[in-house]
Structures are given as structure tokens and as C-alpha cells.
Design a protein around this ligand. Structure first.
Ligand code: NAX
Ligand code: ADP
Ligand code: MG
Length: 282
């Protein structure tokens, strides 16, 4: 297991060129948030904006529109049940987040089918939450993915569903075998999260973060940070960008955890711009 060190941040988070604009920092679409789980996709989109993505569109249930724009006026909105609008916005994205709060119903299944079957080769997709559960139940959808195009962000139960490895048996050797079969990056979220990159024989491991992060929405927030990093730091190696995003999410939490019993996703999101700025000043 190779430990992810703080120095990854300076390798990836760079000062912004003066002659740059929002179009240089990634066009992201976050897809999820049904009637009951709207907060999940609002946290994902918020983390994405606060971690520096240039343009963020949130495709969600139309009942979430007011809440989204009240919390995050920077985001654009698509009603995800309007498939022609969803497809048009999907095509424009560099990075897609699919799954936070999406749910498991027929509409969610149809959205997964639409998104996966319309991916272009140069797009990256982060597959999280409900979308992992849906793909585990319908593995035929995995064939739409080009090798290395997707980043799966399962917690241990989601990984059990996708890999068929029981939580008690999720040892690095078995996880690596399952990740190789999948052909995609796997971020196995837990205490000391493990990242299985297609290019690396040894998993990379976080040694920061802790149970102050055990709050609903924490993984949804990670998807937004990841998408923002993939969208704006595309000149750095993909493995470094992924490691830096995962490190940043937990580093902000551990900083807030010094003085707080729990570190809420919203507090982490608010701290992201300051944390990233401190990195380039070091
Ligand atoms: N505010 C919101 O709208 C929230 C929406 N959420 C969304 O709700 C959907 C369902 O996700 P859930 O993860 O809640 O439900 P899941 O049913 O996918 O997973 C929870 C089940 O897995 C078990 N489990 C075992 N190991 C676990 C681990 N390490 N971490 C978490 N669970 C573990 C739990 O005991 C439970 O039975 C996702 O789409 C998710 O994005 C959640 O993120 C919670 C907050
Ligand atoms: N005890 C813990 N130690 C370190 N990180 C934790 C701990 N508990 C939860 N986390 C982190 O919180 C996040 C939980 O993700 P997930 O279960 O998908 O949350 P949600 O779906 O509610 O947003 C992951 O990034 C995980 O690493
Ligand atoms: Mg989750």
C-alpha cells in the first residue's frame, strides 16, 4: 500500500494563469437528487463549484430547483426527466458525476442507460451512490465504458454489490483483482480510503480523515471535489489528480476536525477555496 502524502497537493493545485477564464476550468454536469434525496446532488454540485470548477450544471428533479439556486446560484439547472435537455447538456460536459441521491426507480435506471450509452470517448465519469447500485444490478451497462474512463466511488457495501466481495473479505489483493476486471479506477471509501488505479499495481491509501466525517452527504461532497479537480487540473497525470482530490476532501475535514466533533459536508465545502489557496502559498 502506498501512502498518499501532502506533497501531492503542490503537484496538482497550481496558481491560475492570468489569461484564463471559466472555460479553462472544466465544464461539469452533476446528475442525481430525486424528490427525496435532493440534498445529495446539491452537495455534489456545491463542492464542485467551491473546489474551482469553471461551469457546473446540476441535472436533478425539478422540485430541487429553488433549493439549488438558493444554496448555489453559480450552478445551472436541468430537469433530468427532460431527456432531450439532459442529452444536450451531457454532450457539452468534460466531466460527469452520476448517482448522488439518484435513487433506484425506473426513471433513475433510464437516466443511467441514457448517460452511459451517450458518453463520448474524451469524457470522464464519476459513478457514485445509487448509480453504483444500479450498475451492480445491471452490469451490461458497464460495457459502454472505455477502459479507464470511469471513477467509481463506492463505500464498502456499494463495493460489495459491484464486486461481489463481502465486506469482511475486501482485502487489497481481492479488491485489485476486481478493479482490474472492471477496468476502471475504484476509490474504496472508508477509514483510510484505498484508491485502485488501473495503472498502478499497488493501491494508494489515505492516512488522514476520521470518524468526524461519518455524516450523510460526505461521499456526495467528494464527488464534487473530484469532478472539479478533473475538470481544471487536466494537464497533471490522472492518478495524481484523483489522489489530490481525495486527499483534499479529507485534509479539509481533518483541519476542521481539530475543533469540531463532526465536520459537516457544508462546512467542508465552504472551506475548500481557502484550503486550496493556502496550498499554492506554501
Ligand atoms: N442528503 C441526502 O440527500 C443524502 C443522500 N444520500 C444518497 O442516498 C443514496 C443511498 O446511499 P446510502 O449509502 O445511504 O445507502 P445504501 O443502501 O447504498 O448503503 C447503506 C447500507 O450499506 C451498509 N453499509 C455497510 N458498510 C457501509 C459503509 N462503509 N458506508 C455506508 N454504508 C455501509 C449500511 O449499513 C446500509 O445497510 C445514494 O444515492 C446517496 O448518494 C446519502 O448520501 C445520504 C445523504
Ligand atoms: N470513520 C471514518 N474515517 C474516515 N473517513 C470516513 C469515516 N466515515 C466516513 N468517512 C468518509 O465519508 C465518506 C462517506 O461516503 P458515503 O458513505 O458515500 O457518504 P454519503 O453517501 O452519505 O455522501 C467517505 O469519503 C468516507 O471515507
Ligand atoms: Mg455515498
Amino acid at each position: 500500500m502506498e501512502q498518499i502524502k501532502q506533497t501531492i497537493l503542490n503537484k496538482v493545485i497550481r496558481p491560475r494563469p492570468l489569461h484564463s477564464y471559466k472555460g479553462n476550468y472544466g465544464r461539469i454536469i452533476t446528475i442525481g437528487g430525486n424528490y427525496n434525496l435532493g440534498g445529495a446532488i446539491i452537495m455534489s454540485a456545491s463542492a464542485c463549484v467551491y473546489a474551482g470548477a469553471g461551469l457546473v450544471t446540476c441535472a436533478t428533479d425539478k422540485h430541487n430547483l429553488n433549493a439549488l439556486h438558493t444554496r448555489l446560484p453559480e450552478a445551472m439547472f436541468v430537469d433530468y426527466s427532460d431527456f432531450s435537455d439532459l442529452l444536450e447538456n451531457l454532450t457539452k460536459a468534460d466531466v460527469i458525476v452520476l448517482g448522488p441521491g439518484l435513487g433506484l426507480d425506473k426513471l433513475a435506471q433510464n437516466i443511467c442507460q441514457l448517460v452511459l450509452s451517450n458518453l463520448s470517448l474524451d469524457q470522464l465519469i464519476i459513478i457514485d451512490g445509487s448509480a453504483i447500485t444500479l450498475l451492480a444490478a445491471n452490469p451490461g451497462l458497464l460495457t459502454y465504458l472505455k477502459k479507464g474512463q470511469a471513477i467509481f466511488t463506492p463505500h464498502e457495501m456499494e463495493w460489495q454489490r459491484l464486486s461481489q466481495i463481502k465486506i469482511a473479505d475486501q482485502i487489497p489483493l481481492k479488491n485489485k483483482q476486481a478493479q482490474l476486471k472492471l477496468g476502471q479506477t475504484v476509490i474504496l471509501k472508508k477509514y483510510h480510503t484505498e484508491i485502485y488505479h488501473p495503472e498502478c499495481d499497488t493501491p494508494h491509501q489515505l492516512t488522514i480523515g476520521g470518524p468526524y466525517m461519518a455524516t450523510g452527504g460526505m461521499g456526495d461532497t467528494l464527488t464534487g471535489v473530484l469532478a472539479a479537480f478533473l475538470g481544471q487540473f487536466s494537464s497533471a497525470p490522472l492518478t495524481d489528480v484523483i489522489d489530490a482530490a481525495v486527499y483534499t476532501h479529507s485534509a479539509v475535514a481533518s483541519k476542521l476536525g481539530v475543533n469540531n466533533y463532526v465536520t459537516l459536508p457544508s462546512a467542508i465545502i465552504a472551506e475548500l477555496p481557502h484550503f486550496m489557496n493556502c496550498t499554492i502559498k506554501e
